[in-house]
Structures are given as C-alpha cells and as structure tokens.
Design a binder for this molecule. Structure first.
Ligand code: ADP
Length: 473
C-alpha cells in the first residue's frame, strides 16, 4: 500500500525534550499512526537535546526569509523507534536554557523564535510536497496561515489545541518581524484585543481543528473556559472535534518499567514501590494512604486550592508527596507547609523516572485542576494502580467515573470525582478516598480494574485517521 506522507509538527517531543503532556502526545500519536501513514515528526533542535544519544545527524541546510531577514536553517534527522524525526536548528530558536522561558514565563522573542520554526516547517512542506500536515499548539500555528496563503502549496492542515491557556499572544509590532502582512491583523485572523494571537492562525486557517477531549471541545466555546476565544471557536465550530488523548502503554507500564524498584501487574505488587518511596522521602507509615501530586505548580492545576487544603489534609492519617515546579509564590507556600507537617514531602523539579516511581508508590493521585484539556496523569495513574482524585472538568470528566458507580463490567476507570473547584470539595474528596482505602478489598478491586483499562492510542489514532482521510479524499 502506498502510504500518504504526514508531517507532525510540535515544539516538544518525548524523549528528546519534554515540559508536559504535549511531548508525550507528540511521541505516542505519530507512533500509533505510523502503520497507516509515512509519518515525519518535526521539532526544534534545542541545545538541550542530546544529539549523540539519539544519533541526530545533519541532513541539509536551507535559507528562510522572514520579515526581510534571511536565516540559515539546518535540518537534522534521526530515526527513533521506527519513526522519522526532523530537527530544525537555528541559534535564535534553539540556543536557550529553557524551551519557552523559565517555568510559567516566556522569552520576549518567542514570536520570532517560533515564527522562524513555522517558516522552516512551511519550507519543508513546500519542497517535499507533503499532503498532510498536523500542527500542535501556538508554536507552529502560523504554519496554517503560511501554507494556506501560498498558492504553490495544496496540503491539508489539521491543527490541535492542547491547552487554550497558552495562545502565543504578542505585541502587534512583531507582525513586521515575522513577515505577516497587516491585512491579517483583523478579527477574522490574528488580531486579539489589539494584540497578535498565533493560535488564531491555526484555528482560522486549518482545514480541521481538534482538541484533546470531547468535553474540553464543548467547554472552550463558553466564556468560563474559552480564554477569550470562545466566540472565535464558535464561529469555527463545524471543523472543531474533541479527540481524547491516550498514553503510550509501553512507556507507562509497571510490568516492565526500569525506573521501578520492582515491576508489578496488580495492586498487591505495589508494596515494594510504596515502602521504597516512603523511606526515600523520609515519610512514616506504609499502611497509611499515600496521596501524590505530579505536575506543574500552576493555577490551572488547582495549586491555590491544594495549598489552601493541604494543612487540613495533612491532619488526616495519610502521607502526601508532591513533585513539580512552577510559580515561585507556590514554591514558597508549599515549602512553609512541608516544614510544618512531617507527612508532607516536597520535591521540586522535573524528573521522569522519579515520577514513575511516584505513580507506582501512590494509592491516590490528586488532580484538583480548574480546567484540564485532557490530562494524562490520571491515565498514567490508572496504569500504575493509583486512584485519581479529580475535579470533573475537561478530559477528567471523560476519563474518570465516580467510584460509587463502580461496575466491574465497565471498560473505563474509576476514581474520586468532585464537581466544584473548592477547598471544601477537595477535602471531602480526600476524606472519601481515605474511607475507600479503609475498605481494603473494594479498594484493591478498583485498583486492579483501573490497571486493566485500555487508555492506549489505538482508538484515538483511528479518529485522527478518519479526519485525515476525509481531508485528502
Ligand atoms: P500538562 O498540562 O502539564 O501538559 P498533562 O497531564 O497533559 O499535563 O501531562 C503531564 C505529563 O508530564 C505527564 O506525563 C506527567 O507525568 C508529566 N510531569 C508533569 N510534571 C512532572 C514532573 N515534575 N516530573 C516528571 N514528570 C512530570
């Protein structure tokens, strides 16, 4: 069979670079599509990427002109786990300490950096005549405009919104620098409250727009979740689809995870991981329920509620371990709490292997997110037998059912679900979790049920496939 070429563009891809779920998706979805399409994944070759570890080699150089300035782009390549990768290198884009800026902030010249990335991608699409292009988030959204306005290119574009809270909004003075004509500075295109909005280019010019869960697809057309784009998304609603993310079931598998002290395939097998983590973190009481939080310390992830509630949770018979990084104010508040309570452990930073050990050790995963486009943590938690405790929004609403309605015949996972993002609701949910944990047999049954659920990419990849097929027909 002659497979169609598909270019999948993303600003981060695991295992090369990762700051969050986008990297996981950009690793796993192309792998899942690789049987049906000839997939090439393109990302920036940040200086943080270990070129020798992944045998990344220089393939080509070409010139790109953006805003009247000429840039020399190096195109590098590697084959990893059967998927072709292309890396765009240019010092302005790549030679930085962070991908986008220090945690929860952005470099001032990000419009230029990712504008340049978008021009390089467009050049690839043009020269290689790639029929299908899948763009992700604001960092490559401009490609949709550049491709659609270029009469030489006939490619179809799918644009995926992973998080509407990050739209790539800049001062209008960048328009000239990124070589975008002022005629696009309109409500129908890039203008957004007198600023330039990259994400709007993706939404306006793509042939199909997707987001990462069916509930989030509905939510973002409301003022509460739309981040100012609700009206614009409503205008484009006919091409908007919600497709649930999956997780890479090989990478997130306690049966064969080298990061773990002991692999396991059922609730009982978690003991070694829990004892190890409790000891390592200086906590006490392996028989007490262990709650973990893994993620960015941001408003989105419910940090304000969590910080408000943490002292009350710590008064209960349980242990709490947090791993993450984010805004400084949250770090300070968390430090104060951790100093006061011996059963609260805090680890700052980003550590993939350690996060796996935490999922393996945990009885419960806390996710009091105020909004959650999809969320991968709850699905990873299922795989490792940690029961998610979630606020019912976005993808959490689509993936976590109330344990009170537990049905062993169901194929979806169960957790503790609350429906208002308040400290009171979170505390009640944690108390409920402790009660559930007390009913050992029932708790273990739910853990074992969740571990067997399929949250792989198989079904979701089919949904993307049908969108691509419709577009290229
Ligand atoms: P986000 O909104 O941050 O993209 P997701 O739930 O979609 O959230 O994905 C988060 C991914 O990043 C998961 O794989 C999670 O385990 C991982 N992760 C988040 N914070 C950390 C951390 N501090 N260390 C290791 N992994 C982390």
């Amino acid at each position: 069979m002659n497979k169609k070429r598909l270019l999948f563009a993303s600003s981060e891809v695991y295992p090369f670079v990762k700051t969050g779920g986008l990297a996981d998706v950009s690793h796993a979805l192309p792998r899942a599509l690789n049987n049906s399409y000839e997939v090439t994944v393109v990302l920036p070759l940040y200086s943080l990427i270990d070129r020798s570890r992944f045998a990344i080699v220089l393939l080509d150089t070409f010139e790109v002109t953006m805003g009247g300035v000429s840039y020399t782009i190096e195109l590098h390549g590697a084959l990893f786990e059967g998927v072709e990768y292309r890396f765009v290198y240019e010092p302005l884009l790549c030679d930085r300490e962070y991908l986008y800026g220090p945690p929860e902030s952005g470099y001032e010249d990000n419009a230029l950096r990712f504008g340049l990335f978008s021009y390089a991608i467009t050049q690839m699409v043009r020269t290689e005549q790639i029929p299908l292009v899948h763009l992700n988030d604001w960092q490559c959204a401009l490609v949709a405009l550049l491709v659609k306005e270029d009469p030489e290119i006939v490619s179809k574009i799918v644009y995926t919104i992973h998080n509407l809270a990050y739209q790539g909004v800049f001062d209008p003075s960048v328009l000239g620098q990124i070589g975008i004509h002022e005629r696009y500075f309109t409500m129908e295109a890039l203008e957004f409250y007198h600023q330039v909005n990259f994400m709007k280019a993706g939404i306006a010019f793509a042939d199909s727009v997707t987001t990462v869960s069916p509930t989030y697809a509905k939510e973002i057309m409301s003022p509460e979740f739309g981040c100012g784009l609700e009206g614009f998304l409503h205008v484009h609603r006919r091409k908007l689809h919600g497709i649930l993310n999956g997780i890479d079931s090989e990478h997130f598998s306690p049966v064969a995870d080298k990061a773990l002290v002991e692999c396991y395939d059922s609730a009982k097998g978690k003991k070694a991981s829990k004892s190890d983590l409790i000891k390592r973190l200086g906590l006490k009481g392996v028989t007490k329920p262990l709650f973990v939080f893994i993620g960015r310390f941001t408003h989105q992830k419910g940090m304000d509620i969590l910080i408000e509630t943490l002292p009350k949770i710590a008064e209960l018979e349980c242990n709490i371990a947090l791993l993450g990084e984010g805004e400084e104010g949250y770090h300070d508040s968390l430090n104060t709490i951790a100093k006061q309570y011996g059963n609260v452990s805090l680890t700052f930073g980003y550590d993939e292997s350690f996060s796996h050990r935490m999922y393996a050790a945990a009885d419960f995963l806390l996710m009091p997110s105020l909004f959650e486009p999809c969320g991968l943590n709850q699905m990873i938690a299922y795989a490792y037998g940690a029961v998610p405790v979630v606020n019912k929004v976005g993808g959490l609403a689509d993936t976590v059912k109330k344990f009170e309605s537990y049905d062993p015949k169901s194929t979806t996972g169960y957790g503790i679900v609350f429906t208002s993002a308040t400290s009171r609701s979170l505390l009640l949910a944690v108390k409920k979790s402790c009660e559930l944990y007390g009913d050992k047999k029932y708790f273990e049954e739910i853990v074992n049920h969740n571990m067997k659920c399929d949250y792989s990419w198989v079904e979701s990849a089919k949904s993307y496939d049908s969108i691509y097929t419709r577009l290229i027909k």
